[in-house]
Design a protein around this ligand. Sequence first.
Ligand SMILES: [Zn+2]
Length: 349
Amino acid sequence: MKHRILLTTGAIVGIALIIISLLFSFKFSFSSNEEKIIPMTYASLFFVPIPIALGLFFLKKRISSKSKSEQVLSGKTSSAQDKIASIERQIQNLETKNKKNSIIIVLGIVVLAGVLVAYSSLNFIERPTQQILSSGRFIVENLKGDTIKIWVTWHIPKDVPLQVTIINSPDLPDERINAIKEAIVSEKTLALKNVFLNKESPSEKSTYYEGWRGALKSIAEQKTEFNIPTNFVVTTSEKSIGDVIIILSTAKEADGTYAFTRTIADDGANQILKSFITVFDVESLNNEELAAVIRHEFGHAMGLAHSTAEEDLMYPTFYSNRAFISECDLDAMLSLYSGSKSAEVVCRH
Ligand SMILES: [Zn+2]
């Protein structure tokens, strides 16, 4: 029975190791990223039964081999009195061997549990924040499918909403979809210190917008040649119906970029007909990063090209914690929709 006790102790120690490691991970990562809890729970649910199953498997195997040896020995006992001593020695040897095996199995379980915890920690708990995000390609195509280098805008009446459809193929949870929606429909503003934004007066703050609806509403009253869209209806669907289609993909781009925006336009009228935003490797982005990528790509979907200023949202690379819609992006929108024939975002310092 001793080895059984040892095995149980081993399994308990293994489970305890896993729980302690997870508790430590919670302590360090809970406040920074709550979404880590779910994969961690899955990891623990998955890894806890493995050492137990292995322990039970070895235990069963060893019990059957022990009873087999006992059967052989009992056959021998009836043969002669002088053999009793040798049989007792054999039993003693067998017990010592059993004890040794039990210790080896217990150590094996503990080591295995440790390795599994370390593995799960590396894969699920430590997910570093992306420092700089690269948005990737942005192209405008005409109806023949040729890439065209012209300025384009939406031509939609003021009251007609722009339909935005999210195709959530990896089936991300609602809170992630909400992060995408907020980047489009939020009307929240925030003040960021100029010191982070490479501007002339570093002590002052500038106002930024979290979502395109709020940002565009702030300039909607100004007279422009084409109506600036401010009314967005964002839905999830399996079909690519709508004006702006956001495709979430788990596939990685070979160059490490996170998105690709392809706009279809009527080149005779400089009119955007449809825009496709593909987000790559979406599961590796946290909510903040995902929102930043969408904010940048949605700027392209509105007709904007890249920015001249490194700190701007529309620059090809950006920091997720600073990628908000700036006055400079809105100036570019105003001039594009006023018929300036340039989609480039030019920021003045
Ligand atoms: Zn871009």
